[in-house]
Design a binder for this molecule. Structure first.
Ligand code: CA
Length: 220
């Protein structure tokens, strides 16, 4: 797999590059946001590791522009900022996962493995349940035959429900499965995204199971 590392700290670049190469990956590097964005747009890049504090173009802006051009390439953000509000802002810009500096190589490699596994499974497949079809290749959902546009995060959340129709997922489970880390403190990010999905799919597609969580209504 070909991985692009966008990072301006030479020490981190050499440490991460060595680790990725020893895990069998091909590694491209960029030390500023402008070069990083250009390289990330190549379809040869299977995954992007993106520092947020970059010269040239901030990582957040690299992510926003990259998402417009390649909505489904996995992006793992490296960040020194550990505030929940920053993380939510990055989620909305389309990051798949986070590693907070300082991090261990093993932690980063585990996240890379998880993201490559997920994107491999989702390439070109379609799944259907409860009247909803998800096309993983085109990142499009169809509800009773009508095409629905979803954001990357809405798509990921719906994919969890579609893979397990009828199964109830708790809020922490959904945070872990869709956002890939333990949220600190209270956050209503799951509720916000569930209500967005209900607006787009129809109110009864995703049911609230009081005190437990949410599930896809398989009878829809
Ligand atoms: Ca930096």
């Amino acid at each position: 797999m070909s991985i692009l590392l966008v990072e301006d700290e030479a020490g981190i670049v050499s440490f991460v590059q060595r680790g990725l190469e020893s895990a069998g990956h091909q590694v491209l590097t960029a030390s500023d946001g402008v070069d990083g964005l250009i390289l990330a747009q190549s379809s040869d890049v299977d995954l992007v590791i993106l520092d947020l504090g970059l010269p040239g173009l901030p990582g957040e802006e690299v992510l926003r522009r990259l998402r417009r051009r390649r909505p489904s390439v996995p992006v793992i953000v490296l960040t020194a900022k550990d505030a929940v509000s920053d993380r939510v802002a990055n989620l909305d810009a389309g990051a798949d996962d986070y590693t907070v500096k300082p991090f261990s190589l093993n932690e980063l490699l585990a996240r890379v493995r998880a993201r490559l596994r997920t994107s491999g499974q989702e390439r070109g497949d379609a799944l259907a349940a409860g009247g909803v079809t998800l096309d993983f290749g085109g990142h499009v959902a169809h509800v009773d035959g009508t095409a629905i546009t979803l954001s990357a995060r809405e798509f990921a959340l719906l994919a969890v429900f579609i893979r397990h129709p009828g199964q109830v997922f708790s809020r922490p489970q959904l945070l872990d499965l869709v956002w890939g880390y333990d949220f600190e403190g209270a956050s209503n990010v799951v509720e916000v995204y569930v209500s967005q999905l209900r607006r787009k799919l129809g109110a009864d597609r995703i049911q609230t199971v009081r005190g437990v969580g949410y599930r896809l209504n398989g009878r829809g």
